[in-house]
Design a binder for this molecule. Structure first.
Ligand code: KDG
Length: 335
């Protein structure tokens, strides 16, 4: 079961001591309303759905909020019921929504999840022409970006539309120039405006990226190389990023920060669905790095958060809270 909006908030999460308007991370990306089926099988045979919130960048912000981080989102949603639902859900956990524009003509992006055999799920999108596809450079304000220590976006946003690609490019350049740590997850998928030209559209962005958090296949496509995770990580650094995490699903993750290289095994989980696991990994990894953790510890936090997300069908509902994560971290380091 999805939790009620107000339960997303971690009572242990505190922002005490931080300047009121300071943010740990600003993200740029499309929030989606997700409809989760109450049973497996083709959607034509599913009578009931539970509404949730999704979207890669939102998932990262929601995960970080569970761990006490404060984020802000730059985006567009429709001025419709789902748009209000998204804004209220994010606000309820303290995410700054002052840069969420509500569009009177375009709808909030929506997708349905279909669960096939063996728990493989398939997304079915209703996002073409969504409000977020009209993201543009007009929404990128340096004065807002510099409130944060870090910036994150994904290839989903970069490939939504030509104007969204421009916005991603402008935001990455500005964040990089103003000393924010810039994080990028390619999160490549079919069916978006730029999907067929992903390599050509994303490669030039990587020169403004500090930390690359991507899959093996994505790193191979973007670098034009194949090989071990170590080789792929080195190849990615040649495109710009100084720190690279290669996420490998059930084979774990490999990190390289210029000095150290470390491989983390995937952790066992009660598996329901992997969608959102990469975002959960990112939220754990970024939070730990921001708090000064070494590469190895941040990879472990990422692996625990990613594995936790796999234990529910929603994108982030089973993301751990601070106290649970501390216990899981000590258990994992004991093995
Ligand atoms: O990483 C999970 C997201 O990708 C999901 O919540 C939404 O598929 C999605 C998309 O394309 O934004």
């Amino acid at each position: 079961m999805l939790r009620h909006t107000t339960d997303y908030c971690d009572p242990m999460a505190t922002n005490a001591g931080k300047p009121l308007d300071a943010l740990d991370l600003i993200a740029l990306g499309e929030p989606l309303v997700v409809m989760l089926p109450d049973r497996s099988g083709p959607l034509r045979a599913v009578p009931r759905f539970e509404r949730g919130i999704a979207g890669a960048e939102c998932n990262v912000l929601l995960g970080m909020a569970r761990l006490g981080g404060r984020g802000g989102l730059i985006t567009r949603v429709g001025s419709d019921e789902f748009g209000h639902f998204v804004v209220e859900t994010l606000r309820a956990v303290g995410i700054d929504t002052s840069r969420v524009e509500m569009d009177r003509r375009r709808p909030t992006g929506l997708y349905f999840r279909e669960i096939a055999a063996l728990n493989h799920s398939r997304p079915i999108y209703y996002r073409a022409g969504s409000a977020a596809a009209a993201l543009s450079v007009d929404q990128i304000e340096v004065a807002y970006l510099v409130r944060a220590r870090a910036f994150l976006t994904t290839g989903i946003t970069a490939l939504l539309s030509a104007s969204a690609h421009d916005a991603v490019c402008a935001a990455l350049m500005a964040a990089h120039e103003h000393g924010l740590t810039t994080y990028f997850d390619p999160n490549l998928r079919n069916g978006l405006w730029g999907s067929a030209r992903a390599r050509q559209l994303i490669r030039p962005l990587l020169r403004y990226v500090d930390v690359f958090l991507g899959g093996e296949d994505e790193a191979a496509l973007l670098t034009g190389r194949n090989g071990s995770p170590e080789k792929l990580a080195t190849a990615v650094t040649r495109l710009g990023p100084r720190e690279v995490v290669i996420k490998r699903g059930s084979a774990g993750a490999h990190g390289f920060d210029g000095d150290t290289s470390h491989s983390q095994a995937a952790l066992p989980t009660v598996f329901k669905d992997a969608v959102g696991a990469g975002d959960g990994f990112n939220a754990g990894y970024i939070t730990f790095r921001q708090r000064g953790a070494a590469l190895e510890e941040a990879l472990r936090a990422g692996a625990i958060c990613g594995a936790s997300v796999c234990s529910s069908i929603g994108d982030f509902e089973s993301f751990p809270r601070t106290d649970d994560l501390s216990v899981l971290m000590s258990d994992a380091s004991a093995h």
